[in-house]
Ligand binder design. Structure first.
Ligand SMILES: Cc1ncc(COP(=O)(O)O)c(C=O)c1O
Length: 376
């Protein structure tokens, strides 16, 4: 049985344990650039990277073959290959190709949505904490963010979010499952929320971790796009397909919205031909993605057991990462673990400190378990 952490219960003990820590409100995460920092006392190549929710198993063997075969197309612009990937996604998801736009990762989709809906004081309503990459980008283009704390179970508080949406709202961002908590908004609740709220502003649903979810209460919001609502779905190949370095993502929305995305996106060719051919091969390779999902489940269950044994009260996750509260400053905790050759993500919000660990291979998780035991 998984530990089910309720924030209120945890706070009782954590506040006592963490007395003396700075209580800084709001979300604070390390800068991505620290990934390239010199790591004292440890050879960089030996670091186990559990900080960016990457797929530790690499890409599908079919994707690898496709990359090698695609070298012959490298001197040509990639439009035919993008078209083929769009058609494949459209057919599989039950859409027309006019409902899909590709991006160099979901990040390019954020960028385009950001330019359309989040620039210069435009108001975006979203949960706090939520995916820091989206938050960072929106801040850069001077969007005005209205942040709504998660509820006591670390889930989106859809009612409170609804209460913050007004005629000034330009977009609503929902990360489902949410990063950094790994929690989901229930399908029925989110669907009702989207139907109502999208009458006021487009609802952007970030489904980066969609492929890992096993909770039957979850559902993708693609059905609402089919019904004609102003809902935008973002997906990525970076997670279950292992494409973080290949940069492929896409959005699904109604044609009028996709046309707007196409009008202002970088251009038709932001994804290279090797990545496109690899994505086409990987998208068809369910055997590979099923095996990644299965291995992720096993390593996550193992890690839950370890955390429970040590006394860390984790938040059950529907993704390939787990967040748990810690009794010391999250950045110091990250540094202590890094000294032992493992890189994790420090997270802090509402004055409390957490550690987010991506699920690596079973071997990675065993080494992480040893390190956590030694530090505790
Ligand atoms: C929720 C979420 N959305 C989007 C991204 C970025 O995806 P991409 O690599 O496709 O740009 C991430 C990466 O960690 C993420 O966690």
């Amino acid at each position: 049985m998984k530990t089910s952490l309720n924030r209120r219960d945890w706070l009782k003990t954590a506040l006592i344990r963490s007395a003396g820590l700075t209580m800084s409100g709001g979300l604070s995460l390390i800068n991505c650039n620290s990934r390239r920092k010199q790591i004292p006392g440890t050879a960089k190549d030996n670091i186990i990277l559990l900080d960016q929710n990457e797929n530790p198993y690499g890409i599908s063997p079919h994707a690898e073959t496709a990359i090698n075969d695609a070298i012959k197309y490298a001197n040509r612009y990639p439009d035919d290959h993008s078209e083929e990937l769009v058609e494949l996604i459209a057919e599989t998801e039950g859409f027309e190709k006019e409902n899909i736009v590709l991006g160099a990762g979901a990040t390019e989709i954020f960028r385009t949505a950001g330019l359309l809906y989040c620039t210069d004081g435009k108001e975006v309503v979203l949960a706090d904490p939520s995916y820091f990459g989206f938050v960072n980008y929106t801040e850069k283009v001077n969007g005005r963010m209205v942040k709504v704390p998660l509820d006591g179970d670390f889930r989106h508080d859809l009612e409170a979010i609804s209460g913050k949406v007004s005629r000034n709202t330009s977009m609503i961002y929902i990360c489902n499952p949410n990063n950094p908590t790994g929690t989901i908004a229930k399908g029925a609740d989110l669907s009702n929320f989207c139907i109502e709220l999208s009458k006021q502003a487009p609802v952007f649903i970030d489904e980066a971790y969609h492929d890992f979810v096993e909770d039957p209460d979850y559902s993708s919001m693609t059905g609402l796009v089919k019904e004609g609502h102003d809902v935008i779905i973002a997906r990525t190949f970076s997670k279950i397909h292992g494409f973080a370095g290949l940069r492929v993502g896409y959005a699904i929305a109604k044609k009028e919205i996709i046309d707007e995305f196409k009008r202002i996106r970088t251009n038709f060719a932001s994804i290279g031909v090797l990545s496109l051919r690899a994505a086409i091969a990987s998208y068809k390779d369910n055997v590979y993605t099923d095996s990644c999902r299965q291995k992720n489940r096993e390593a996550k269950e193992y890690f839950y057991g370890i955390l429970k044994g040590i006394g860390f009260d984790y938040i059950p996750s529907q993704t390939n990462f787990v967040l748990f509260p810690i009794d010391r400053d999250s950045e110091k905790f990250r540094d202590e673990i890094l000294e032992k050759g493992i890189k994790v993500r420090p997270v802090s919000f509402q004055g409390n400190h957490y550690c987010r660990v991506s699920i690596g291979t079973m071997d990675d998780m065993k080494k992480t378990a040893e390190t956590l035991k030694a530090l505790n």
